[in-house]
Design a protein around this ligand. Structure first.
Ligand SMILES: [Zn+2]
Length: 346
């Protein structure tokens, strides 16, 4: 592997890996995932807690930066939950006053296509300004040293939050026109939010689209509804962008690679994914629901080294870092990467 020296900042390393440039070592990040990068231990360490940090830009920024300071994960990411857009569009939110709980939609705002109306002031609605302000604050704090990742929910997943997942799945079978109108609507919302995140200082935007997983829909449904919406989105976003779909995806990896995203974040075996993804960068795939929570640091390192052997482009958890994940296991990802590249340089 070509070297760019030992002085690479995490931002340069991450951006270079996504652009297809040379890197001194594979970045260890948490760019692509559902949910966040923050754990209960991080909240205790910096004295900033959920749910307040979901609603306060300074607290959000402080916790996001703590994820780098406490573990060495080489990016800073906001927000930490999955319902910012749905809340801004009128969804009722259930808040739980616990450090390991994220908010969820308790009442879906839309029932039919007649409801699909974008508010004029969408960027000022709900917690959208909190997320944008926190990105600005993070940039002021980390300068050009760390990359900032903004997160949005994908077209089909946001659709599920807005009309209810049961409705969405029923429409996919019985009312395909409704789904087309829904993803057209959600794509417009997502595009506006992504562009704002870039403007406020994000280097990368992640689109988390778990509802497009083959654990939820069929490959023809992916190609008919999710893929066109994601392609349109990618074509209209000038900045770096990563698409995350967890669960089963092997049959649609090549379709995902055609959407125009710079990177794909997946749960599947990296070696198999690399054969299907062409030039698109691959992020993954340490199990966030099993190994990172319940495994030992050595087990995390073994999974990390397997992904590195398979030439993963950015070493990451395969979905969101659960709030109950031990710090030692997150650090083990970084240690595994450093050990792997130390071995290579002998
Ligand atoms: Zn996920």
């Amino acid at each position: 592997m070509d070297k760019i020296g030992n002085k690479s900042s995490p931002k340069r390393r991450v951006l270079s890996a996504l652009f297809g440039g040379t890197v001194d070592k594979t970045p260890v990040t948490s760019i692509g995932a559902c949910g966040g990068t923050v754990t209960v231990d991080m909240q205790k360490a910096v004295g900033v807690h959920w749910p307040e940090a979901h609603r306060d830009p300074e607290k959000m920024a402080k916790l996001a930066i703590a994820s780098y300071n406490l573990t060495g994960i080489e990016n800073v990411r906001v927000p930490f939950d999955f319902v910012v857009e749905a809340e801004a569009l009128g969804g009722e939110i259930k808040w739980v006053d616990k450090a390991d709980a994220v908010p969820s939609v308790s009442k879906h705002p839309f029932k039919s296509p007649a409801d699909f109306t974008k508010p004029d002031n969408f960027l000022e609605a709900g917690r959208i300004p909190v997320v944008l302000e926190s990105i600005k604050l993070i940039r002021e704090e980390v300068g050009d040293y760390l990359p900032i990742t903004g997160t949005v929910v994908g077209p089909l997943s946001l659709g599920g939050e807005l009309v209810g997942i049961t409705n969405l799945l029923m429409w996919l079978i019985r009312k395909p026109d409704n789904v087309k109108q829904l993803v057209d609507f959600t794509s417009e919302i997502i595009l506006e939010f992504c562009k704002a995140q870039y403007r406020w200082g994000a280097d990368i935007v992640q689109v988390a689209e778990p509802t497009a997983s083959l654990s939820m829909i069929s490959p023809p449904m992916f190609r008919g509804y999710a893929q066109p919406a994601l392609t349109k989105l990618a074509n209209n976003l000038g900045g770096l962008k990563v698409l995350h779909i967890c669960g089963r995806t092997l049959q649609i990896v090549s379709d995902m690679a055609k959407t125009g995203f710079d990177g794909l974040s997946l749960e599947e075996d990296i070696a198999q994914v690399k054969q299907l993804s062409g030039d698109v960068k691959v992020l993954g795939n340490i199990s966030s629901s099993k190994t990172l929570i319940f495994g030992s640091p050595d087990e995390v390192k073994a999974e990390a080294k397997k992904a590195l052997e398979a030439r993963v482009d950015l070493l990451e958890p395969n979905c969101g870092i659960s709030p109950i994940t031990p710090l030692a296991n997150i650090k083990a990802m970084v240690e595994a990467r450093d050990e792997f590249f130390a071995d290579k340089s002998i």
